[in-house]
Write a protein that binds this ligand. Structure first.
Ligand SMILES: Cc1cc2nc3c(=O)[nH]c(=O)nc-3n(C[C@H](O)[C@H](O)[C@H](O)COP(=O)(O)O)c2cc1C
Length: 188
C-alpha cells in the first residue's frame, strides 16, 4: 500500500494548516493510500543541535518520513516564509528521508501572500532531493475558509474530517492529496 504522510508545521491548537492537511490526507485515503499525520505541535523535538545525536522523538519521526512514499508538507506563512517549527524539523531531515519521495506543498496565510513560502518550501525540498509535485495549495485568509475545532483535532485521518468552506480551495486541497498519491505510486 502506498504510504502518504502529512507534516504540519503549526503549533496552534486550532491550526488551519493541520486541518487543511487532514482534508488532503483524507482525499488520499479515499483513493487508497495508507495515511499518517505528523503534527509538529504534538512531538518532542528540541531545537536542532548539530553536535547531538538523537534528540527527543527525532529518530522515530525521521523513520516515519523515510518510510513514506509521499509527503504533504504544510506550514503557516510566518514573515513571508515557513514557520520556525517547520524549519526545525527540516533541519533534522535530509536526502535519506526524502530521496525518491513525492512531496506536495501547502501554505496557509492570514493575509494574501503565500507565494514566497511555497517557493521556500520548493527550493529547500529540492535541496534534500525530494520530487515536489507541480500542484500546490496556498490559502489566503485561512481562518475564514478552513474550519478547525474538534473535528480538525481528531487523531484519525478520515473520521471527523475538517471542512474547507471555499469550494475552489477545498477542491485544490483534495487534489493535492490525489496528485501526491499518484506521483508516489509511480515512484515506488
Ligand atoms: C509570527 C507570525 C507571522 C505571520 N506572518 C504572516 C505573514 O507574513 N503573512 C500572512 O499573510 N500571514 C502571516 N501570519 C498569519 C498566519 O499565516 C495565519 O494565521 C495562518 O493561517 C496560521 O496557520 P495555523 O492556523 O495553522 O497556525 C503570521 C502569523 C504569525 C503568528
Amino acid at each position: 500500500m502506498t504510504r502518504i504522510v502529512a507534516l504540519s508545521g503549526s503549533r496552534s491548537a486550532d491550526s488551519t494548516t493541520r486541518a487543511a492537511l487532514r482534508v488532503a490526507l483524507g482525499a488520499a485515503a479515499d483513493a487508497g493510500a495508507e495515511t499518517d499525520l505528523i503534527d509538529l505541535a504534538a512531538v518532542d523535538l528540541p531545537l536542532y543541535h548539530p553536535d547531538e545525536g538523537t534528540q527527543g522523538d527525532s529518530e522515530a519521526l525521521k523513520r516515519r518520513v523515510r518510510e513514506a512514499d509521499g509527503v504533504i508538507a504544510g506550514t503557516p506563512v510566518y514573515r513571508g516564509s515557513y514557520s520556525s517549527t517547520f524549519k526545525n524539523f527540516h533541519d533534522f531531515c535530509g536526502s535519506d528521508e526524502y530521496a525518491n519521495t513525492a512531496v506536495g506543498l501547502l501554505a496557509t496565510a492570514g493575509g494574501g501572500s503565500y507565494g514566497g513560502t511555497l517557493e521556500h518550501l520548493r527550493s529547500t525540498f529540492r535541496n534534500v532531493h525530494a520530487w515536489t509535485v507541480p500542484h500546490e495549495v496556498g490559502i489566503q485568509g485561512a481562518s475564514s475558509k478552513v474550519e478547525t475545532g474538534a473535528a480538525a483535532r481528531g487523531a484519525g485521518e478520515t473520521d471527523g474530517r475538517p471542512r474547507i468552506t471555499d469550494d475552489d480551495i477545498r477542491r485544490r486541497t483534495e487534489r493535492l492529496g490525489w496528485v501526491v498519491l499518484e506521483h508516489a505510486e509511480r515512484m515506488r
